[in-house]
Design a binder for this molecule. Structure first.
Ligand code: 3PG
Length: 220
């Protein structure tokens, strides 16, 4: 399935937020997620290995969609595009990033944590946002409150999400997907424990499936 701005958050109920320190981990990590049932990942641009990791996953792993996260500047936006990213995620929203996303053929998921950021995004045509940092910004009560004035917007809450609370978030009608780093910790990557990452992924997929089936929405 081709990813585009309309369907990015419909492609998964869980968006792995992945920091990669060793580029040699990129391909086995993406394979481990795929094996566990998640065929999409956001590689955060927080390490020197991140751009090459995106390129390798793009070139060497079939059936997985790879995007770039922590895109905090226009330079990083361009570097992510050049590396082969299939979508872009930002932790916050500025007019410059909003415009770059509107001009780009790639899907862009901008980060917001308050009403005025959503309004800025809407001015540029966005209707799907990363809600970040989710737990620190009020979590589920904040999302319920934002659904009042912004009933046509969907969110991917990220920041403090894990197996313990992902289903509670996914039961909200405005939540299309949840994101988080708990599936792919650096210690498991360092140990090469891909089986543990697959197992975490399977557990998360099962929890998400339970929640979305209750809601009668979403796919994973
Ligand atoms: C992000 O960039 O989305 C966050 O660092 C992920 O937050 P988490 O580590 O709490 O999942």
């Amino acid at each position: 399935m081709q990813v585009n701005s309309e369907n990015l958050l419909e492609m998964t109920s869980i968006m792995p937020v992945v920091e990669i320190a060793d580029v040699d981990c990129a391909v086995p990590l993406a394979e481990a997620l795929k094996q566990g049932g998640i065929a999409i990942l956001e590689v955060v641009l927080r390490t020197p290995a991140s751009l090459e990791a995106i390129s390798r996953i793009r070139q060497e792993v079939t059936g997985v969609i790879v995007g770039a996260g922590t895109v905090t500047s226009l330079d990083k936006f361009q570097a992510a595009v050049d590396a082969g990213s299939e979508f872009i995620v930002t932790p916050g929203l500025t007019p410059a990033i909003a415009q770059a996303g509107a001009d780009s053929p790639l899907p862009v998921l901008p980060g917001i944590s308050r009403a005025s950021d959503i309004m800025l995004g809407q001015e540029y045509g966005y209707r799907a946002f990363k809600f970040f940092p989710a737990e620190a910004s009020g979590g589920i009560p904040a999302l319920k409150a934002l659904a009042g004035p912004f009933g046509d917007v969907v969110f991917c809450p990220t920041g403090g999400i894990g197996l313990h609370n992902l289903a509670d978030y996914l039961r909200l009608p405005s939540v299309a997907c949840v994101g988080g780093s708990w599936l792919t910790p650096l210690d498991l990557q360092g140990q090469g424990d891909w089986q543990a990452i697959t197992q975490r992924t399977e557990e998360a997929v099962a929890a998400a499936r339970g929640a979305t089936q209750e809601e009668g929405t979403g796919a994973i």
